[in-house]
Ligand binder design. Structure first.
Ligand code: FAD
Length: 401
C-alpha cells in the first residue's frame, strides 16, 4: 500500500462507541493523532440512531459482568456529559410492570440483581401502580428512578465535534476493506490508504468481519435482529409519562416491547426482535445476498432457533400480524388500540451468537498486538459508551507499552 496517511490511532466506525473511543484516546494520549473512518455519509447512521433512547440504569445485567459495571457508570456519565454539553435529556425513571404471578416471581429475581448491582428501586403494589400510571395495569411494579431518556445520536455528534476541535480527523464515506498488521496497522479503504500505530474497530453490525480482516477467526457471528417500533398518535403521547417495560423472560436476550417517551415528546412502542435478512435491513423485506448466505450457512443460527422455537415463531407471527404485537402491549397498557400503531423506523441489533447457538451476553473485546476490536456491544452499549471507551483505552495503554 502506498501514499498512506499516518496516524497514531485509527478508529473504524462512527457510531457512539467509535466516537467515544476516539475522544477518550485524545484525552488519554495527549498529542496523539486520531482518525475515525466511517463508511456511511453521516455519523451514527446505524444502531446509534435507531434505538429506544433509554439511558439504562443497569437492572438486568449479571452481577460482576462488564455490562453491570459499565451501565451503572455510563448512566451517571451520560447524564453528566449531557448536562455539561447542553444536550437535552430527562431523568424519567422507569417502571417494570409484572402482569401476572410468573412475572411477579421473575421481578423478585430482578430486584435481587438490582440490590447486588446497587441500583436503587422501589416496589409498587397494584394500587400504587394505578396512582403512578393510571393507564397501566399489573399486579405489581418496580420503580427505577435513575433511568432516563436522550437522543444518542446527539451525544455521538457532540463527541464528533469535540474530536474535530481537538485536531482529530473524521472521514465519512470511507469503507474499510482490508487490514494488514505489521509493526503498526495498514488500512485500505474506499478513500485510499491509511496507516496507524494502533487500530480500534467499533463496527457494530460488522464486528465479526473486522475480526476476520485482521486475520483472526471470530468465535461468534453477528446475527442481525430487527426491532420494529410504532409511534402513538400525538393525542396519546401522554398516555404514560414514564418508560414502561414488561418483566423480561430471563432466558431471552431482549427486553420485550416497551413504551418509551422520546426526548422529542413523542411516545414509541417497541421493539420486538425478529431475524433480519440483511445486517442493515431496516425494512422487513430488505435482503442482502451476502448477509443471508452467511447466516444460512451458520450452525449457530439453527441451534439458536432450536433453543427458542416458540419465542422465535411468536416474534415472527407478531411481526407479521399486528394484533399479536398489540396484545403484548395491551397486557400492561390496555388503552392502546390497533389504529394507534403508526409507522416508525425499525432498528437492527448486532447480536453476537456462538456456534452452539448461545447469544453472547456480555460486552466482548478482541485483541491482537496492534489492534483492539469491539466484538459484542449490544444494549446497553449506548448508555455505556463512555466507560467502554475508557476500558478500551486502558487496554490500549497496556498493549502499546
Ligand atoms: C432497536 C435497538 C434498541 C436499542 N435501545 C437501546 C437503549 O435504549 N439504550 C442503550 O443504551 N442501548 C440501546 N441499544 C443498543 C445501542 O444502540 C448500541 O449498542 C450502540 O449504538 C452500539 O454502538 P456502536 O457504535 O457499537 O454501533 P453503530 O452505531 O452500529 O456504529 C458502528 C459503525 O461502524 C460503521 N462500520 C462498520 N463497518 C465498517 C467498515 N468496514 N468501514 C467503515 N465503517 C464501518 C457502521 O457504518 C456504523 O456507523 C439499542 C439498539 C437497537 C438496535
Amino acid at each position: 500500500m502506498t501514499d498512506m496517511k499516518q496516524y497514531d490511532f485509527i478508529v473504524i466506525g462512527g457510531g457512539i462507541i467509535g466516537l467515544a473511543t476516539a475522544r477518550q484516546l485524545q484525552l488519554q494520549f495527549q498529542g496523539a493523532t486520531v482518525a475515525v473512518l466511517e463508511k456511511e455519509k453521516e455519523l451514527a447512521t446505524h444502531q446509534t440512531r435507531h434505538n429506544s433512547g433509554v439511558i439504562h440504569a443497569g437492572v438486568y445485567y449479571a452481577p460482576g459482568s462488564l455490562k453491570a459495571r459499565f451501565c451503572r457508570d455510563g448512566n451517571r456519565e451520560t447524564k453528566q456529559f449531557c448536562s455539561e454539553q447542553g444536550i437535552p435529556f430527562r431523568e424519567t425513571g422507569k417502571l417494570l410492570v409484572a402482569t401476572d404471578e410468573q412475572d411477579a416471581e421473575r421481578m423478585q429475581e430482578l430486584l435481587e440483581r438490582c440490590r447486588i448491582n446497587k441500583i436503587e428501586t422501589e416496589v409498587l403494589d397494584q394500587q400504587q401502580l394505578r396512582e403512578f400510571e393510571p393507564n397501566v395495569v399489573g399486579v405489581a411494579a418496580t420503580w427505577v428512578p435513575s433511568s432516563g431518556i436522550v437522543d444518542f445520536e446527539q451525544v455521538a455528534n457532540k463527541l464528533a465535534e469535540q474530536i474535530r476541535a481537538a485536531g482529530g480527523e473524521i472521514h465519512t464515506n470511507c469503507l474499510v476493506t482490508e487490514l494488514k498488521e505489521t509493526t503498526g496497522i495498514e488500512v485500505k479503504s474506499s478513500l485510499g490508504n491509511f496507516s496507524g500505530r494502533f487500530l480500534l474497530a467499533c463496527a457494530g453490525l460488522h464486528a465479526d468481519r473486522l475480526v476476520r480482516m485482521i486475520g483472526q477467526q471470530p468465535t461468534f457471528k453477528i446475527l442481525p435482529f430487527r426491532g420494529e417500533y410504532f409511534q402513538l398518535p400525538a393525542e396519546k403521547s401522554r398516555i404514560v409519562t414514564h418508560p414502561i417495560y414488561p418483566i423480561p423472560n430471563p432466558e431471552l436476550p431482549f427486553l420485550g416491547i416497551h413504551l418509551t417517551p422520546m426526548i422529542d415528546g413523542s411516545l414509541t412502542v417497541g421493539p420486538n426482535a425478529t431475524l433480519a435478512m440483511s445486517r442493515e435491513g431496516y425494512s422487513r423485506w430488505k435482503i442482502s445476498p451476502r448477509d443471508l448466505a452467511e447466516m444460512l450457512s451458520y450452525s449457530g443460527l439453527y441451534r439458536l432457533v432450536m433453543k427458542y422455537p416458540l419465542p422465535t415463531l411468536l416474534e415472527l407471527k407478531n411481526s407479521l400480524y399486528r394484533p399479536g404485537y398489540l396484545k403484548q402491549v395491551n397486557r400492561y397498557c390496555p388503552k392502546i388500540t390497533l389504529s394507534d400503531l403508526l409507522p416508525y423506523p425499525a432498528g437492527v441489533r448486532a447480536q453476537a451468537v456462538k456456534p452452539d447457538g448461545t447469544t453472547l451476553d456480555d460486552f466482548l473485546f478482541i485483541e491482537s498486538e496492534r489492534s483492539l476490536i469491539v466484538g459484542n456491544a449490544p444494549s446497553p452499549a449506548a448508555t455505556s459508551a463512555m466507560p467502554i471507551a475508557r476500558h478500551i483505552c486502558e487496554q490500549v495503554g497496556r498493549l502499546i507499552n
